[in-house]
Write a protein that binds this ligand. Structure first.
Ligand code: BTN
Length: 293
């Protein structure tokens, strides 16, 4: 029996029934509880797990976000999924591929969500999934290598995705309530998580295959269309160098955010723009008013 706000558990049968991928989602590990699906996927990959291996958990006890943060992962309401990706480009294309892989994952996740419900999903650079000003999901990509011989050896990328699906907003911890949202909170409808997972794996396969075979051009085009950060005033925390505010002008060919520094109350600086390759930004609506993302 399933009470309250918990969903029916994800079952391998329900996922297989909707899965239309060539490789992703096979094999599929469905865990009731684990520390972090990314951590499990890294271990499996180091032990030789093949391309497409996917780990899903109903609940994470140590879900990991970007920049060392925690990821809120309550039981049976959301999606926590990590995929082992092993199609690795040649060394000359590797840096560009590594820069675009998280952004391609965000494009894929936005498409998957919009296939199961009609709501406007946008992206906050680099790879937050937004509805309005609130965060619906996030991506954590981690690369590694294993000395394992054979097809399971060599480099791998773990694509970790968390989407808040059927969690009611009052179940978010208080400090997240104004920052985070879920599909249920936005639409009032519960979603079939097996269907969303199927769509997510299909879209990941599609966008990552495009990135791997054709390079970043099509991914970049779609990323820039979905990216809400472009044209926004933003604040960036620079490691050890304080904050910078400015106008987000572009996402360049390396996937970096190009920002023209601007101090509140002054005219735009005539100095050059700065390129942000990693880190955290805040969308500002007016001088000094963060938009809670
Ligand atoms: C972020 O926005 O900070 C990234 C959040 C990534 C969360 C997902 S949930 C599945 C996978 N396993 C983890 O521990 N993290 C990612």
């Amino acid at each position: 029996m399933h009470h309250g706000t918990e969903d029916v558990p994800l079952s391998a049968e329900a996922v297989q029934a909707v899965l239309r991928t060539r490789e992703l989602g096979q094999p599929l590990y469905l865990l009731d509880e684990t520390s972090s699906t990314n951590t499990v996927a890294i271990t499996l990959a180091q032990e030789g797990a093949g391309h497409g291996t996917t780990v899903v958990a109903e609940r994470q006890t140590a879900g990991r976000g970007r920049l060392g943060r925690m990821w809120f992962s309550p039981a049976r309401v959301n999606l926590h999924c990590s995929v082992v990706w092993r199609h690795i480009p040649t060394p000359s294309r590797l840096p560009s591929w590594l820069s675009w892989a998280p952004l391609a994952s965000a494009v894929a996740a936005a498409h998957a969500i919009q296939r199961v419900d009609t709501l406007p999903v946008g992206l906050k650079w680099p790879n937050d999934l937004l509805v309005g000003h609130r965060k619906l999901g996030g991506i954590l990509c981690e690369s590694g290598g294993s000395a394992h011989a054979g097809s399971g050896g060599g480099m791998f990328l773990i694509i970790g995705i968390g989407v808040n699906v059927n969690v009611p907003s009052e179940q978010f911890p208080e400090d997240l309530r104004s920052l985070a949202t879920s599909l249920l909170a936005e639409t009032g409808r519960r979603q079939d998580r097996a269907r969303l997972l199927g769509a997510l794996l299909e879209e990941l396969e599609r966008w990552h295959t495009t990135l791997f075979t054709d390079g970043h051009r099509d991914v970049a085009l779609e990323y820039r269309t979905l990216c809400r950060t472009l044209g926004q005033r933003v604040r960036i925390a620079l490691a050890g160098q304080g904050d910078v505010e400015g106008l987000a002008e572009a996402v360049d060919e390396d996937g970096a955010l190009v920002v023209r520094p601007q101090t509140p109350g002054t005219s735009p600086s005539d100095g050059g723009s700065i390129r942000i390759r990693a880190g955290d930004i805040v969308h500002l609506r007016g001088p000094g008013s963060p938009s809670h993302t």
